[in-house]
Ligand binder design. Structure first.
Ligand SMILES: *Cc1c(COP(=O)(O)O)cnc(C)c1O
Length: 415
């Protein structure tokens, strides 16, 4: 008999468990698979309007959505350029790599930063925000930038408390929130939480290929950005959201040709979210993320090496989980799982110190978007196999712990 020396089990449907892009539903791919529509026709106009409406409905706001053909970095820049002038000061609240990167873009645009950096394993205490704002007697701080879920650390800020702090300090600064990782996964109540500008992108919880990014503007943000001194604005025509908000023709909404296929895909994804219902979307992500945490806690118990990066349960995101295998090079496990299991896990991002082996002892599981228990259980089961294969200590039974938790939560949710 012929000996099979290089067996590879990785043939089958691949699963991307990195925190974005997420898994694109077949329905979304199908909706995109069509000939180019006429970019001057009524149909595409209607699709665009529905996408805008879907976004504001899901954000629970009376505000307006501006769509860019862009990734998240583009709307980071768009939000800054439309709201601030070179020389303005903003308060940046960072809880990981993405917050810090946003700050670098602001600095490049000539914006002065007051940087409240709490590291990569906790969240912002809004009392600190309040203290800083109270101390700003001249009202120099024009805006507050914060990331809802920082995808590197997997922490989740309590944005609802930010507004209370801003109001308590009676400060006029505008609140700009990056929800690129959390939108479509975790609860965001834009208006009742007092968010002025909410940033999102198509490829994570919104389940659509990268290429569309959004600034959702409250009524206040629309007025505020109109009143920023026009002569001192740092904005170039493409990023200016004024013509996009008040287009003379459909063409102005995108400052040129519309992103035809992506719009059809995004609309289908929004339809899917609405069919499922916001509350169920949030609950599903909550249960699936808790399944991940139960599994990791179990694997890491006893002499196990794995720990969750965010120790406090209430500070954890429901969209992504960052895990540390302290003292072990996890990259070999990741490679093995990818090759033989058909699953890709996320790399450690922003953990460049020696303590984390320059990030090699850190990995992330994305659980955003189109995901159900069988998909996440496959990831977790392979993780156990990979640890065994690479001799990283763990306590077996993580998947069972995960299943038990799912059943408990389902029972509670149906009572
Ligand atoms: C992914 C992500 C970004 C960057 O988005 P790109 O599309 O890669 O530019 C920014 N912020 C957060 C929180 C993210 O998760």
């Amino acid at each position: 008999m012929k000996k099979i020396s290089n067996i590879n089990l990785g043939f089958g449907r691949d699963h991307l468990a990195i925190p974005g892009p997420s898994n694109f539903p077949q329905r979304v791919l199908q909706a995109m698979n069509r000939p180019a529509p006429n970019i001057y026709g009524d149909e595409l106009k209607l699709v665009t309007e529905k996408v805008m409406r879907g976004l504001t409905e899901f954000a629970n706001t009376k505000g307006k959505a501006v769509i860019y053909i862009s990734n998240g970095h583009g709307v980071w820049e768009a939000s800054l350029a439309n709201l601030f002038r070179s020389g303005d000061t903003v308060l940046l609240c960072s809880t990981g790599y993405f917050g810090r990167e946003w700050g670098l873009i602001a600095s490049r645009l000539g914006i002065n930063l007051i940087h409240l950096d709490v590291g990569s394993n906790c969240v912002i205490d809004s009392n600190q925000v309040e203290d800083i704002l109270r101390g700003d007697e001249q009202r120099n701080i024009k805006g507050i930038l914060a990331v809802h879920t920082d995808t590197s650390s997997s922490s989740r800020n309590r944005i609802q408390e930010f507004r209370e702090s801003i109001d308590a300090a009676n400060h006029p600064a505008i609140l700009v929130i990056d929800s690129i990782a959390s939108f479509g996964c975790e609860r965001i109540e834009m208006d009742s939480w007092g968010i002025d500008v909410l940033i999102a992108a198509s490829q994570k919880g919104l389940m659509t290929p990268p290429g569309l990014a959004y600034c959702i503007l409250s009524e206040r943000a629309q007025v505020y950005s109109r009143e920023v001194d026009q002569t001192e604005r740092i904005i170039s025509p493409y990023w200016d959201w004024q013509p996009r908000l008040n287009p003379e023709r459909y063409y102005d909404i995108f400052s040129g040709t519309a992103p035809t296929s992506l719009l059809y895909g995004q609309l289908e994804a929004l339809n899917m979210l609405m069919e499922e219902g916001r509350e169920n979307v949030f609950l599903r992500h909550e249960i699936i993320s808790e399944m991940v945490w139960e599994c990791i806690d179990h694997l890491g118990s006893g002499l196990g090496a794995l720990t969750l990066n965010i120790p406090e349960v209430q500070n954890r995101s429901n969209a992504v989980t960052t895990i540390v295998a302290k003292g072990y090079d996890f990259s070999k496990v990741r490679e093995w799982i990818s090759e033989q299991g058909g699953v890709d896990l996320g790399i450690g991002l922003g953990f460049s110190s020696e303590e984390f082996m320059e990030g090699r002892s850190v990995f992330r599981i994305g659980h955003m978007g189109h995901l159900n228990p069988h998909m996440i259980l496959g990831v977790l089961a392979l993780l156990e196999a990979g640890l065994e294969k690479e001799n990283i200590p763990f306590t077996a039974g993580g998947v069972t712990a995960s299943n038990k938790h799912m059943l408990k939560k389902l029972q509670r949710a149906t009572i």
